[in-house]
Design a protein. Structure first.
Length: 250
């Protein structure tokens, strides 16, 4: 046999072996088609023999995939325009359905996530969208998972990643938050004044029954004032002396 013929036979054998012998990773499954008909069970992982060209194989990853949903323009229930982005975590649980039931399950899941995001969040108020995000995430996961189940896709989690508000709305919310903080500060200050006035009233009652306590308080005040570095000179006057003058005038 001519050397060229031997080379051609070896080349064909190498090509056939490379097509026949396939190694699948632990997270991969093979959906095989024999003469156009899908095999009843996926194959793999490990060494998989495919009798090409009569048999064809499609690799499917069973790992959890992360799908980044691009920002979507959403008009909330109270007519506020926002841009919302999200992320979807899903995996293939039925490799055969993911290949046979839908043409491209990645693209189909992405488009379904975008439309569902606009539809679900458009039914919520802006306050609910910002405060009850866990509720919206659970609802999105439930709806998307129900639609992807015929494709052999299991949606594990959906998270609203970012909500971009208009500049006017951000300024209004900032003013509202500032007014709320001022309100709480005034309430706390008023409560402190009320408690202080109650304590002062109690102290006044005690001092009225014992005049010595008033004089001791006066001396304590003088001590506190003298501790400050100032040029003011105070001359304490006994309270009893003032009472004497007041008594003569009356």
């Amino acid at each position: 046999m001519a050397p060229f013929g031997m080379f051609l036979i070896v080349l064909v054998a190498i090509i056939l072996l490379s097509r026949w012998i396939n190694i699948l990773q632990e997270y991969e499954r093979a959906v095989t088609f024999f003469l156009g008909r899908v095999s009843p069970r996926p194959r793999g992982p490990g060494l998989v023999f495919i009798f090409w060209p009569l048999e064809r194989m499609v690799r499917v990853s069973t790992r959890t995939m992360v799908l980044d949903v691009p920002p979507q323009d959403v008009i909330t229930k109270d007519n506020v325009s926002v841009r919302v982005s999200a992320v979807v975590y899903f995996r293939v649980v039925d490799p055969i359905k993911s290949i046979v039931s839908v043409e491209n399950y990645l693209f189909a899941t992405s488009q379904l996530a975008q439309t569902t995001l606009r539809s679900v969040l458009g039914q919520a108020d802006m306050d609910e969208l910002l405060s009850a995000r866990d509720k919206q995430n659970a609802r999105l996961q439930e709806i998307i998972d129900a639609h992807t189940d015929p494709w052999g896709i299991k949606v594990a989690m959906v998270e609203v990643k970012q909500v971009d508000l208009p500049q006017e709305m951000q300024r209004a919310m900032a003013r509202q938050a500032e007014a709320e903080r001022e309100k709480r500060a005034k309430i706390i200050h008023a409560e402190g004044e009320l408690e202080a006035s109650a304590k002062l009233a109690e102290a006044a009652v005690v001092m009225s029954h014992n005049p010595v306590t008033l004089q001791l308080r006066y001396l304590q005040t003088l001590t506190e004032i003298s501790a400050e570095k100032n040029s003011t000179i105070l001359f304490p006057v006994p309270i009893e002396m003032l009472r004497t003058f007041v008594g003569k005038e009356s």
